[in-house]
Design a binder for this molecule. Structure first.
Ligand SMILES: *[C@@H]1O[C@H](CO)[C@@H](O)[C@H](O)[C@H]1NC(C)=O
Ligand SMILES: *[C@@H]1O[C@H](CO)[C@@H](O)[C@H](O)[C@H]1NC(C)=O
Length: 431
């Protein structure tokens, strides 16, 4: 890969500046906007192709990324071996970071999570991502990374994550990758009984003013942290909350009406107080209308540099009622996820299929490599054609199932090492 890097001393000078903020291929175009370049001055988002729709050329300007799942928000189902055997979060009722910290106590717990952070993703992972042509990481975060807003007497979370986030983002920035930070775990938990919130809450406690206020404090803190640390310079997007309730009831209505504008304003007012100019604002990202919480734009008075997140799991979608290989390809080959919200990134998707069929001979990963390869190609072709690109869930797992692990899928020959080969794969011929 090093041979692809073209050295120019003048471009290196650009690296000295801090605080990037734009969607690659869009704002690179604005006069005065900064370039997304790695430490060798190579731009993964090559703006010379923008406007020509050459989406399958190298450096096409489309997001091709992976989520760093289970790093800062541990999801035991993704890495149950480490959870049980290394971290000793074993036993019934230890379903989340909160539960694990309750069991281990602050001292042992902090050291245990520190060890996890230092081993789950390393600089070598980023080299591997670059070698596969990936240009983006999305990093799920919990609000507790801002230690000033945690109620330490009643909320049990590991301390010290921000320093590790800085290091991890430095690895991504050095390699010219675009970084999306997402508030994955919201104060009070945005959904019940799901470890992705960091806690296994019996009910979703997020939808009230004091929790919204803590969340906006977190976003202001995060925006300042991005500005203050050179390692964070390739952060271009901050998502205000991951996967809130999927209904249009009073709680989600109140969230869209109250929290969404407040979250947008918190990030913008932080930027203004830091003297950041509009060219260097981050994108503020919301789950899109398709997610099911309602129209994210309805109550925004300003959507300058707003962006939208689509999570596309056919596994759970009524759009894929024909659970067959052909049925899946028919949906994915024409899957326009842009909808009413633009720009949209497909920020999560996988190769997993419904629980009740996933180990049948028709769907088991070991006997269906050709299908999964074709389906991956179909998905990313649509997500690049209709949307701004894609971010796979997730980079690695301990499941032994490549349908949830990008690197395992590459190893299995399901995801090509050369993503540009997909355009001519014919994966959607006849669909
Ligand atoms: C962008 O792509 C063009 C054409 O492929 C190439 O000549 C140029 O060096 C690339 N620029 C960067 C910054 O990578
Ligand atoms: C995708 O859907 C959006 C919204 O319905 C529409 O505006 C857009 O033209 C569609 N894209 C294509 C390429 O058909």
């Amino acid at each position: 890969m090093m041979a692809r890097f073209s050295f120019t001393v003048s471009v290196l000078a650009v690296l000295a500046s801090v605080g990037h903020a734009w969607l690659p291929s869009v704002d690179d175009h604005h006069a005065g906007a900064r370039k997304l370049v790695d430490r060798n001055g190579f731009s993964l988002f090559n703006d010379t192709t923008f406007g020509h729709e050459k989406r399958w050329l190298p450096a096409s300007g489309k997001i091709r990324g992976v989520n760093l799942g289970s790093l800062f928000v541990y999801e035991p189902w993704i890495a149950s071996n480490t959870w049980t055997n290394t971290m000793q979060c074993t036993g019934s009722g230890y379903n989340s970071e909160f539960d694990c910290m309750t069991k281990l106590g602050a001292g042992t717990g902090d050291a245990t999570f520190q060890k996890h952070w230092n081993t789950w993703v390393t600089a070598a992972d980023f080299d591997e991502m670059i070698s596969y042509g990936l240009n983006t990481v999305r990093i799920p975060l919990g609000y507790w990374m801002d230690e000033g807003i945690v109620y330490w007497d009643s909320e049990h979370f590991p301390r010290g994550g921000a320093d590790v986030l800085r290091t991890v983002c430095g690895w991504a920035s050095d390699r010219g990758m675009y970084i999306i930070l997402d508030m994955h775990g919201a104060p009070g938990a945005q959904v019940a009984q799901n470890s992705f919130t960091g806690q296994f809450a019996s009910s979703p406690g997020f939808y009230q003013d004091y929790q919204f206020n803590r969340a906006t404090s977190f976003l202001s803190w995060l925006r300042r942290f991005v500005h203050d640390n050179n390692e964070m310079r390739n952060v271009g997007m901050i998502e205000v909350v991951n996967e809130p309730l999927q209904n249009q009831g009073s709680q989600t209505q109140y969230m869209r009406q109250t929290y969404y504008p407040a979250a947008y304003n918190a990030i913008r007012s932080t930027e203004q107080s830091l003297g950041i100019t509009p060219n260097n604002y981050v994108h503020v990202q919301f789950m899109n209308t398709y997610w099911g919480s309602g129209n994210p734009q309805q109550y925004l008075s300003n959507n300058y540099f707003a962006a939208y997140d689509d999570h596309r799991y056919l596994k759970w979608s009524p759009d894929a009622s024909d659970v067959s290989h052909a049925g899946y390809l028919r949906v994915s080959c024409h899957d326009n996820r842009s909808g009413p919200d633009s720009p949209t990134i497909v920020g999560e998707f996988s190769l997993s299929v419904p629980d009740n069929v996933q180990w049948n001979s028709d769907w088991a990963p070991s006997n269906n490599v050709a299908f999964y390869k074709q389906w991956f190609a179909a998905q990313v072709m649509s997500y690049e054609t209709y949307a701004m690109g894609w971010v796979f869930w997730t980079w690695k797992s301990e499941l032994g199932d490549y349908r949830w692990s990008y690197r395992d899928a590459v190893a299995a020959g399901v995801i090509p090492r050369d993503l540009n080969s997909i355009a001519s794969s014919g994966a959607c011929n006849g669909y």
